[in-house]
Write a protein of this length. Structure first.
Length: 287
């Protein structure tokens, strides 16, 4: 059963008052706004009457100021790229990997920290669905209303969201969590609490922007008896340009956002590492 405001279909059959619309002009510029009868949206190409869009199905071409615009119902990725930010957000390219490698499933109990601008929170809320719960920790009280505004503009009803103004380094209230996703600068400081809060076999996923932070986190995870299967990767997305006469990668791409590290909560007591063969002991890597 869908929650109120949480559609099970990909979008409205026709645009109605209160729906968000994404307009694309001929150069691919994007304009996202909420439809209100009698209102007008202004672009530098001209004004578009909301009434021109209301009643039409998503995917329609609409005319304003002598120019054509494509009117679409925004996807989560479209929406997240446009939200007002109080912090850096996790971008759609990384969110996909967070959801799959963090194995966020319908009905899961998931803790995230910090809430920031609410981009990750929204992706988690959609993935756990109405039968799951997202516990969102944020240490900066002033960020929470902005994040909630961003979340509720896309998902008006969120009874499956529990917000805590709290420092995840100081402790985690919940027990029996299926997943923990940390987007805080020093996640290693939360490991003792996360180890107690996760179910056996539960997954911890950390998102970090610099490899120095990742190195420190991996060291801490290795040293902790409750974490194993520690893996780190990054996601590179290279868009391509196609025209009748060329097919090549676009000239510019997002070169770096951050690293994802995952670990499983296991029974304390790691086995001793296997004996290192002599040839590997000569490696140039510091041991
Ligand atoms: C990069 S932002 C998170 C962005 C968020 N994941 C998103 O996609 O919108 C990091 C957030 O973590 C919060 N934070 C930092 N340390 C924290 C802690 N110890 N406990 C809870 N939140 C913390 C910061 O205030 C900030 O809002």
């Amino acid at each position: 059963m869908a929650l109120e405001g949480e559609s099970t279909s990909p979008g409205p059959s026709v645009f109605r008052p209160g729906d968000r619309v994404l307009l694309l002009d001929r150069k691919g510029r994007r304009y996202l706004f909420t439809l209100r009868p009698g209102h007008t949206f202004h672009t530098h190409l001209g004004a578009i009457a909301h009434d021109n869009i209301l009643g039409r199905p998503p995917g329609s071409w609409v005319v304003g100021g002598g120019h054509s615009f494509l009117a679409l119902n925004p996807t989560l990725a479209d929406y997240l790229l446009e939200i007002p930010r109080v912090t850096q957000i996790i971008y759609p390219k990384d969110l996909g990997a967070v959801l799959v490698y963090g194995d966020i499933f319908p009905g899961a109990r998931v803790l995230e920290a910090g809430m920031g601008s609410g981009a990750l929170t929204l992706a988690l809320l959609r993935a756990v669905g109405p039968t799951g719960t997202v516990y969102s920790y944020e240490v900066r009280r002033e960020f929470i209303p902005r994040a909630l505004q961003n979340i509720h503009a896309f998902l008006p009803e969120t009874p499956h969201l529990v917000v805590r103004e709290a420092d995840v380094y100081q402790g985690v209230e919940e027990r029996g969590l299926d997943r923990v996703v940390l987007d805080v600068p020093e996640p290693w400081r939360a490991l003792p609490h996360v180890a107690q809060a996760l179910v056996p076999g539960g997954i911890l996923l950390c998102w970090l922007p610099t490899v120095l932070q990742v190195h420190r986190l991996v060291q801490a995870l290795e040293a902790h008896p409750a974490f194993t299967l520690i893996e780190t990767f990054e996601v590179l997305q290279r868009p391509w340009h196609f025209s009748p006469v060329s097919a090549r990668p676009v000239h510019r791409m997002v070169a770096h956002t951050g690293f994802i590290t995952t670990a499983r909560r296991c029974t304390p007591g790691k086995p001793l590492p296997p004996e290192t063969p002599p040839e590997e002991q000569e490696s140039h890597e510091p041991q």
